[in-house]
Structures are given as structure tokens and as C-alpha cells.
Design a protein around this ligand. Structure first.
Ligand code: FES
Length: 114
């Protein structure tokens, strides 16, 4: 995109209409142990590792799509535990609510309905 815009400027062309997108900043958090209530497995998730990545590291294959918090395909119930939103940095205690596991990480022990 920079090359094309540079060429336009060098050749006196009209301004090029464009948009740029980038991933939201990631807030690392603390990490923790994720327990998978349906399969009985668990995984140790380092700071900044999403619940989706933790599940995949444990050999699970949760449904997902975009992996960036847009499609909501990965929503999963957190039975209990504290999670951090990796995009906003918000940390909250959950007890049966669903989260997008691709953009949330464990903060201590978390039990996930997988
Ligand atoms: S995979 Fe799309 S929101 Fe999580």
C-alpha cells in the first residue's frame, strides 16, 4: 500500500482513497490454569495466551473463526474463574457467562465448558 501511495504522489495523481486496519493491542494479563469441565483436561496458560490457544495446546479443537474477537464463533461458557479481555485489558470474575475464548485469557484458575 505504501508503494502504491508513493507512486501516486510521485506521479502527481489524485489522492488515493484507502483504509488501513491493524490488530488491536494485546494486554498480557497474568495467565493461569485452565480446566476443561467436559473433557476433564487442563492446561497451564502463560500470560497473554488466549483460552482458545490453551484449549488447542491441550489437544482440544474448539469451534472458532476469525481468532480476533469479531465473529463470536468461539463463544464458550466460563463456569467459574477470572478472565482478562486481551483487547481491552478488562479483568472480571465470571460464573456461568460466555466469552469469546480467542480474546480472553485466564487470570488464575478458570473452568471452561469444553
Ligand atoms: S474466533 Fe471469532 S470471535 Fe473468536
Amino acid at each position: 500500500l505504501d508503494t502504491v501511495m508513493g507512486w501516486h504522489g510521485e506521479h502527481g495523481r489524485a489522492p488515493l482513497l484507502h483504509e488501513r486496519f491493524k490488530a488491536a493491542p494485546v494486554v498480557a494479563g497474568e495467565g493461569g490454569r485452565v480446566h476443561f469441565s467436559r473433557t476433564g483436561g487442563q492446561a497451564e496458560a502463560a500470560a497473554g495466551v488466549s483460552l482458545l490457544e490453551a484449549a488447542e495446546q491441550a489437544g482440544l479443537k474448539p469451534k472458532h473463526g476469525c481468532r480476533m474477537g469479531i465473529c463470536h464463533t468461539c463463544k464458550c461458557r466460563v463456569s467459574k474463574g477470572r478472565v482478562r479481555d486481551l483487547q481491552s485489558g478488562e479483568s472480571r470474575e465470571l460464573n456461568g457467562q460466555e466469552v469469546r475464548i480467542c480474546v480472553h485469557a485466564a487470570e488464575g484458575d478458570v473452568e471452561l465448558d469444553l
